[in-house]
Design a protein around this ligand. Structure first.
Ligand SMILES: *Cc1c(COP(=O)(O)O)cnc(C)c1O
Length: 378
């Protein structure tokens, strides 16, 4: 009862779907098409139906998905791509890998997502640095969709295209709109701890644009043209393994159900913690459904003390992210749109609690009680 809890529980999920996992993996071992086997095409079709987009191009990771999207639009030297600084390294890394320059923008304090109103400032910042602003990459942090309606409108006015970093948010929605349908392309990740994860690395790009989908398929296999020894552009080796596609097909069967469970668990955290002094629970705008990839609270008090007191009680927590990218040595040289003060403040106050669809009510109550108890004294 009082032993340490897992932060993410992949074992319970595996118990639930073991028969289907073994059937799916056994089928791959039997046919032996380990690269681009039939499960890859089947997964792409199933994901397209799930997300209600026309084209899904799977690939080797979420990072590859972002990179392939930039390569498909031929982003390169002299181009600037606007990214939030409060994100995982991949979001900006791929811009630099493509030879372009990331321009860091701040996020909103309530949603932790890109502030649409700073996009014009980021465009000016890019131009002042002698760069050509071409795109913006909003991130759906913790599974909450960014403010796409506003972002897409402002971006269109400024001549920017939009690539959604939906690594944490596949399955989220705003009203009737699902993640994958905003902007020109969306990149997602199947890293094991993401809401839909495989047993290794994996990712996908979602788009309604057939021309972009064709280019993505070319970039994925070394820039192939009509056949694989015809190279029409620079590409990468970005394929998803057939075995990982098979695993994802087994997991996709329970994914919608797991999203409902995540939603209920987030609501229970909210009910238990929202009145507690010194804690701000995550906000989810009306009509928006997060995937709750993370349940991230903000603390007024001494966060590190709270985290270590919780660890002593067997409750793991995590900090996403302790340092915004503009404060990382590899990224400090890139242009910044303003002071980025919101991101700096968030990096000091955020704390993510255990979150997965198999979190038992009794365990969750134990977490809520412990959080209330240790924040009282922090
Ligand atoms: C996980 C993640 C990525 C990268 O995905 P990988 O599959 O690990 O390469 C990119 N952006 C964000 C916001 C992420 O959370």
């Amino acid at each position: 009862m009082n032993g340490p809890l897992p932060f993410v529980d992949l074992a319970s999920q595996q118990d639930r779907i073991r028969a289907e996992l073994e059937r799916r993996m056994g089928a791959v071992l039997a046919h032996g098409s380990y690269i681009m086997g039939p499960e890859v095409a089947e997964l792409e079709q199933s994901l397209a139906a799930f997300a209600r987009v026309r084209h899904v191009v799977t690939c080797g990771s979420g990072t590859d998905a972002l990179l392939m999207a930039l390569m498909a639009r031929e982003v390169g030297p002299g181009d600037a791509v606007i990214v939030p600084t409060f994100t995982f390294a991949s979001t900006a890394e791929v811009v630099a890998l493509a030879g372009a320059t990331p321009v860091f923008a701040d996020v909103r304090p309530d949603t932790c997502n890109l502030d649409p109103e700073v996009i014009p400032l980021a465009v000016d910042t890019a131009r002042a640095a002698g760069l050509r602003p071409v795109a913006v990459v909003p991130v759906d942090l913790f599974g909450l969709p960014a403010a796409y309606e506003r972002i897409v409108t402002i971006s269109a006015e400024l001549g920017l295209w939009v690539l959604a970093d939906a690594a944490q948010s596949l399955g989220a929605s705003v009203g009737e709109m699902l993640v994958g349908t905003w902007g020109d392309m969306s990149a997602t990740s199947f890293f094991p701890a993401k809401p839909l994860g495989c047993y290794g690395d994996g990712g996908a790009v979602l788009t309604d644009d057939a021309t972009l989908a064709d280019r993505l398929r070319s970039v994925r296999v070394h820039g192939k043209g009509s056949d694989k020894y015809d190279n029409v552009r620079i590409g990468i080796n970005g394929r998803l393994d057939t075995l990982q596609a098979a695993i994802l097909l087994a997991k996709l069967e329970v994914f919608a159900d797991e999203l409902v469970a995540r939603h209920e668990i987030a609501a229970r955290y909210g009910a238990g913690l929202q009145e507690v002094a010194g804690i701000v629970v995550p906000s989810c705008p009306p009509g928006t459904r997060s995937t709750w990839a993370q349940y991230t609270i903000k603390l007024d008090g001494d966060r590190d003390r709270v985290a270590s007191d919780l660890r002593e009680r067997g409750i793991p927590t995590a900090v996403y992210y302790p340092r915004p990218l503009h404060r990382q040595s590899a990224y400090a040289k890139f242009p910044r749109a303003g002071e980025l003060a919101v991101s700096d403040a968030l990096s000091q106050s955020v704390l993510s609690l255990p979150m997965h669809p198999y979190l038992a009510t009794t365990d969750q109550d134990r977490i809520i009680d412990a959080v209330i108890d240790v924040t009282r004294s922090a």
